[in-house]
Design a protein around this ligand. Structure first.
Ligand SMILES: [Fe+2]
Length: 441
């Protein structure tokens, strides 16, 4: 049961989070002209204007109609913006709302949401307790904002976005961290805006392992590339090698070689490779091949989460590597403040108690795990959020990227994608089993 005072605090917080998401959606869609908003920049991405109206449509479905019980605003467009009914490749051919129509639709929906938020009680039913449905919609919009940022990265043309560079490295971070074997509480039953696939908290016995203190850098990845890593089948899994051949992979997406040196194109600007930054835009198969070449493997999802959340002093699982407080700019490179990963060693305040750095922010990190519900999983509020994706087709990514908002990033947050995908801001770090002489040392 929440009190009237704390209900009011939660209303203020929700309104602020909704506004923060909307400010970012506006920035990403006002940066380019109408023609570019309607254009499909890649067959695996939606036109930006589809994302924009889809965000409004989900807000209408969940908050205006379901939570608020109000009349539909635009029931006629539900099918157009249903991600399950409209494959991405087909979206540009749909009779989509034009940019000005989409924008005014979003304003109409948001006005109704703020109106119903004013009088809401957060203890009436599960969907609204602790403001869950509002939190889900905030995270949904922020997730589409990251998708729209990835569309901007795929777009061809003069730069449209700008941001200050990430902070420099202030400490030297290298090598591996030993994580002792122990029981570990994975997932959460209490984080109010955690999604169904993060629940419930459950205890897992995790044997001792080693994990890299930092994500794999461009410099390290370049050594794999120049050492012939893309040409040697022995480092690749069967499906990985097949994909490497069919897709003609020779370097991370967006890397360019000018005849002398490697660089990359970021949001329309070319620059030389920064060797100390985490590598980004690699698919799962590339991450897996690098790990094999390095004599290691990718961490499992539970290993990643234990490295990020386990407090060796108390055995408790934290919300984040540094504790339970929400991420600030000192702890992690999140929220599109910078449009690049920060060099390794830039966030000592964000390290875990065991000394694992930059788990949160910078780059999503591939793990070796497929997508399964935790023991006791129940779909909520709808099967299509997570459950329909369960199985071995996807690989889990953890930790968020520079493009992820803090509202959609926790130590428990789970992301998934196909192992061939690399338009996302994906990198990785390696792990390994202890050698016989290291066990319990
Ligand atoms: Fe969506």
């Amino acid at each position: 049961m929440t009190s009237a005072g704390s209900d009011q605090d939660l209303r203020v917080r929700i309104a602020d989070e909704l506004q923060r998401a909307r400010t970012r959606s506006a920035l990403l869609t006002e940066a380019v002209d109408e023609t570019e908003l309607m254009r499909q920049h890649s067959p695996i991405m939606s036109p930006l204007v589809w994302d924009l109206a889809h965000v409004g449509n989900q807000e209408e479905l969940w908050l205006v109609r379901d939570v608020g019980g109000r009349e539909p605003v635009r029931r006629d467009i539900d099918d157009l913006y249903d991600a399950f009914k409209q494959p991405r490749r087909d979206r540009p051919a749909l009779p989509l709302l034009r940019p000005d129509e989409a924008r005014s639709y979003l304003v109409t929906v948001r006005d109704k949401v703020l109106d119903l938020l004013d009088g809401i009680r957060f203890d009436s039913r599960r969907l609204v307790s602790d403001g869950f449905a509002f939190g889900m919609i905030v995270q949904h919009e922020q997730q589409h904002d990251e998708t729209m940022l990835a569309t901007h990265q795929l777009r061809v043309g003069p730069p449209a976005l700008a941001a200050p560079p990430p902070p420099p490295a202030v400490v030297s971070v290298s090598g591996e961290v030993r994580v002792p074997g122990s029981r570990f509480t994975m997932g959460t039953s209490t984080d109010p805006w955690a999604l169904d696939n993060e629940r419930p908290a459950h205890v897992v016995d995790v044997p001792e392992f080693f994990i890299d203190a930092a994500p794999v850098t461009n410099g390290e990845y370049l050594a794999f590339l120049t050492g012939g890593g893309y040409d040697n089948e022995r480092w690749w899994s069967g499906p990985g090698w097949q994909h490497r051949q069919e897709a003609g992979l020779t370097a991370p997406l967006h890397w360019r070689h000018d005849g002398t040196e490697w660089g990359y194109v970021r949001f329309g600007r070319y620059s030389r490779l920064n060797l100390d930054e985490p590598v980004v835009h690699v698919c799962f198969y590339e991450a897996e091949a690098y790990a094999a070449w390095a004599g290691k493997r990718l961490p499992t999802e539970v290993e990643w989460e234990k490295a990020a959340r386990w407090d060796p002093a108390t055995g408790r699982s934290r919300r984040y590597p540094w504790g339970d407080a929400d991420p600030g700019p000192e702890q992690a490179n999140l929220g599109q403040r910078h449009l690049a990963p920060a060099p390794v060693g830039a966030y000592p305040a964000g390290a875990s108690p065991l000394g694992v750095h930059q788990l949160i922010g910078d780059v999503w990190e591939w793990t070796s795990s497929g997508f399964e519900g935790y023991p006791g999983f129940t779909a909520f509020p709808y099967r299509e959020y997570s459950e329909v994706f369960f199985g071995n087709s996807y690989r889990m990514l953890r930790g968020g990227s520079f493009g992820t908002d803090r509202s959609a990033c926790r130590g428990t947050f789970r992301n998934w994608d196909l192992p061939i995908r690399r338009q996302i801001f994906s990198g990785f770090r390696c792990a390994r089993d202890p050698r016989p002489e290291e066990i319990g040392a």
